[in-house]
Design a protein around this ligand. Structure first.
Ligand SMILES: Nc1ncnc2c1ncn2[C@@H]1O[C@H](COP(=O)(O)OP(=O)(O)OP(=O)(O)O)[C@@H](O)[C@H]1O
Length: 294
């Protein structure tokens, strides 16, 4: 039996908006077979990627590569938390927030080649009510958008922007109580984003100061929003200026608690998780190994 380090590719066959290139053929072409052995498995259902990743970690695979969008990355990464197996990413989603934050190539062939030459690095992860996240979690408007997007057959940035512009006019802020950095705030909340990585994906920077290795959560609170402020906020997100705009408040912390009278929606890495009225968000420093460009 060969003693080369092993890589498992976990492909989500339903992710992505782009044409389906033959990923298996590209891996065969560009992965250095002198350095690694590899196998490829496909997910059969939502949640399957976590089981496949856990099994690979238990068998001491060196790297498990998520082939899909941030939903697939989340499922694979969850299965690798606190193990010796590193996460790789071949980005195939519409946002690719973690891949962009880690400066991984978005081009498939170059992303495969990075696995030959890359280095292993440790990053933080977070949890919202015990659901792990690696880029962002949130309550309020962004969770609402995740819930609508989840039921939408059309994917991609254009669909997402159209949805935000339509829904922002009618979505209402709610009163919340927040415990953060030994402060207690009674405030309105249109959206509260908890960021491990700087962006949602698509270079929309909700937390431009976020460092994925600092053990800290970057929190962005927007108390109220109207259409004009929303345009300004979107511009600031795309130009990395959100940490110092008037319509948003920005905090760095290790954990946050939020309580609401009315049920509020929440998401982890853009996946809608449900509604509740009590939230606890925490950091898990240095909890995941990832492979990044050298
Ligand atoms: N075989 C499968 N059948 C149905 N759903 C699956 C399958 N495998 C994975 N999933 C689910 O597909 C969902 C979407 O995956 P992912 O986020 O990777 O792609 P995407 O939605 O196209 O990308 P993006 O979020 O960037 O738009 C995940 O929540 C995952 O649970």
């Amino acid at each position: 039996m060969s003693s080369l380090p092993r890589i498992r590719f976990i492909i989500n066959p339903v992710s992505g908006t782009r044409s389906k290139v033959d990923v298996a053929a590209r891996i065969k072409l560009y992965l250095d077979s002198q350095k690694h052995e590899h196998d490829i498995v496909y997910t059969d259902y939502a949640g399957h990627a976590t089981e496949l990743a856990q099994a690979a970690a238990a068998e001491n695979y060196k790297i498990v590569v998520a082939v899909g969008g941030d939903g697939t990355v989340n499922e694979v990464a969850r299965g690798l938390l606190y193990t010796n197996t590193a996460l790789g990413v071949l980005p195939k989603g519409s946002g690719n927030g973690l891949a962009r934050h880690l400066q991984l190539p978005l081009n498939l062939d170059r992303a495969i080649k990075t696995l030959n030459t890359g280095q292993i690095s440790q990053i933080d992860s977070g949890t919202i009510n015990d659901f792990p996240f690696f880029t962002t979690a949130g309550i309020g408007f962004d969770a609402y958008i995740s819930s609508v997007f989840a039921g939408n057959k059309r994917r991609g940035l254009k669909t997402y922007v159209e949805l935000v512009l339509k829904e922002v006019r009618t979505y209402k802020h709610l009163p919340v109580k927040v415990w953060i950095n030994e402060q207690e705030l009674d405030t309105d909340c249109f959206v509260m984003a908890f960021a491990n990585a700087a962006q949602y994906g698509n270079n929309a920077y909700i937390a431009p100061l976020a460092d994925i290795r600092d053990g800290l959560l970057d929190v962005c609170l927007v108390r109220q929003l109207d259409f004009v402020k929303a345009i300004n906020l979107s511009y600031c997100m795309l130009t990395r200026q959100l940490a110092n705009v008037q319509s948003a408040e920005y905090f760095k912390t290790t954990n946050v608690k939020v309580e609401t009278e009315e049920l509020m929606m929440f998401h982890a890495d853009g996946e809608y998780k449900g509604k509740t009225n009590s939230f606890e968000v925490k950091m898990n420093p240095q909890s995941l190994k990832v492979i990044i460009p050298s």
